[in-house]
Write a protein that binds this ligand. Structure first.
Ligand SMILES: [Zn+2]
Length: 329
């Protein structure tokens, strides 16, 4: 490209900045710049932009027409070479930017056209990279912000879960304790109920016995009551039968009888002629005494006598031992 000395060199400024001019252009540009404040100002601006691009991620607004001009230069020279790949461009040495190395001094051994294209292409690539870098940085900041928010949320949820688990454990402990307490209470209630039932049964028994005693006393006191004594071969003849005046009720007042082992029982028999009919099974207390109303299967007048024998527990249908006490009505 040739440029008259009296014309400005706007089109050369960017390539000048990148060190990509041909020697003849370089000469013209150097001479023109010495005498033209306008083009020196353009050069300053171009250098400022390139320097700022090299320091990206700072966001740069390149002049509106810079990219267009650079791309136009790149189009003119495209068939000659290719520009560096983005992979190469993405890993510049820390101290010296790759585009500076590529630009180099104009006297290098690299063919001139190649250097121009590399310089122009590098600037275009830098512009594109700067935009991408700014975009990517914005995305990274946004992503980091979101990650931080999610981490906060996660931490809050974890704390909440730990709290909930702790509360659940406490509740379970409480439930276990309450259940144990309830079981204990139920056990105690059952034991008390058993005791209560036993006492009730004992009381009813006592009341029954008291009523029977009263009946016997009433019967014995009633006028016309007969008392008939048992007689026997044994030591004891103190037992008696009390028969009321009407002759339809009898009571046994046993006394002085030996206490029997648990597998034995006394049995009272009523004699119908010679036939013994089982009446009462009874035991005596520790004094050898028993008081009971005689259970008569039919009517007392059907029987002529009574006898007592020792039988196996549960009684017998007929005496299995010889009656040792006997009385006639
Ligand atoms: Zn000028």
């Amino acid at each position: 490209m040739t440029t008259a000395r009296n014309q400005h060199i706007d089109d050369l400024i960017d390539l000048y900045t990148l060190g990509a001019l041909e020697p003849s252009e370089q000469e013209i540009a150097d001479e023109h710049l010495r005498g033209c404040a306008h083009c020196r100002a353009l050069l300053n601006e171009s250098e400022r932009i390139v320097a700022a691009l090299a320091r990206t991620p700072e966001q740069i607004e390149p002049p509106a027409d810079l990219r267009a001009r650079v791309m136009a230069r790149a189009q003119q020279a495209r068939p000659a070479v290719s520009v560096p790949s983005p992979a190469q461009a993405a890993t510049p040495p820390a101290s010296k930017a790759w585009w500076r190395q590529l630009g180099g001094p104009p006297q290098g051994r690299t063919p001139l056209l190649v250097r121009r294209v590399i310089g122009v292409g590098a600037l275009a690539l830098l512009l594109a990279l700067a935009g991408n870098t700014v975009r990517l940085q914005g995305q990274i900041r946004q992503t980091q912000k979101e990650a931080a928010t999610q981490q906060q949320t996660s931490a809050a949820l974890q704390s909440q879960m730990a709290q909930t688990q702790s509360e659940a454990a406490t509740r379970q402990q409480t439930i276990v304790a309450l259940r144990s307490q309830m079981e204990q209470t139920q056990k105690e209630a059952a034991a008390q109920q058993q005791t209560s039932a036993a006492l009730q049964s004992q009381m009813e028994q006592t009341q029954k016995e008291a009523a029977a005693q009263r009946q016997i006393i009433d019967a014995v006191r009633a006028p016309g009551t007969r008392v008939v004594a048992f007689s026997g071969t044994g030591a004891n003849v103190r037992s008696q039968l009390v028969v009321n005046a009407a002759g339809n009720q009898a009571f046994l007042l046993a006394d002085g009888l030996p206490v029997l082992p648990p597998d034995k029982t006394y049995e009272l028999w009523l004699l119908q002629g010679q036939k013994p009919v089982g009446s009462n099974l009874f035991h005596v207390d520790q004094h050898g005494s028993a008081t009971l109303q005689v259970q008569v299967p039919t009517q007392l007048k059907d029987y002529q006598a009574a006898a007592i024998s020792v039988e196996p527990a549960g009684g017998s249908t007929a005496p299995t031992t010889t009656p040792f006490l006997l009385t006639k009505f």
